[in-house]
Write a protein that binds this ligand. Sequence first.
Ligand code: 39A
Length: 220
Amino acid sequence: MDSFELLVALKNSGHIKEEREELWWPKSGTFEVVVGTILTQQAKWIKVEKSLENLREQNLLNLESIAKLDVTELSLLIKPSGFYNTKAKNLKKLCQNIFEEFESFENFSLHVNRDWLLSQKGIGEESADCILCYACFREAMVVDSYTNRLIMKLGYEFESYSQLQEWLISGIQSNLEKVNKLYGKEISLNTIYARFHGKIVEFCKANSTGKNLDISSLDI
Ligand code: 39A
């Protein structure tokens, strides 16, 4: 099996809600994704939404406000998503650094690169790729714990994040015409990677009971 066949099987599995957002992640292309990426580390998405709502209610869901916000106040607002003291410190510092280096989110999204993101405290490969893909519309395929669980369950083993990422990317890149046919239109690599990752997450959520992931509905 290659990753294109996995994408087809996920699309056909019938368990996945149609994406409301073109790129699956809510408010793709905005600063909210940067905040959501930090908050979603080791947290359920529903808790992240609560924290984002707290920030939105106070008109604080923007780069300048978080860069200036008192870290204790920030930690209270993001408390629902857990590890709030560390996340508040890392998020505030990240916003300060974005502001210093790029001056605005728009400039950041055009010019940031993976190495700059990886040099920031609290940002590893998964978070860097989330920000690149969903906030900056770059061609970055996210590998997260859902992806690892699904791939392991399918009987594959990879030694590193980058090896699994390469496997996901290469099956797509070798079948671009078929991917376009599958979606019924020409589709950018950024959109394919975003929707592919979204499908993996939604499939795993819909087919998990506790720690068990049921892949019997995947025709592979
Ligand atoms: N785990 C997750 C998610 N579950 C998610 N959505 C649902 C929409 N996002 C955006 C990130 N991580």
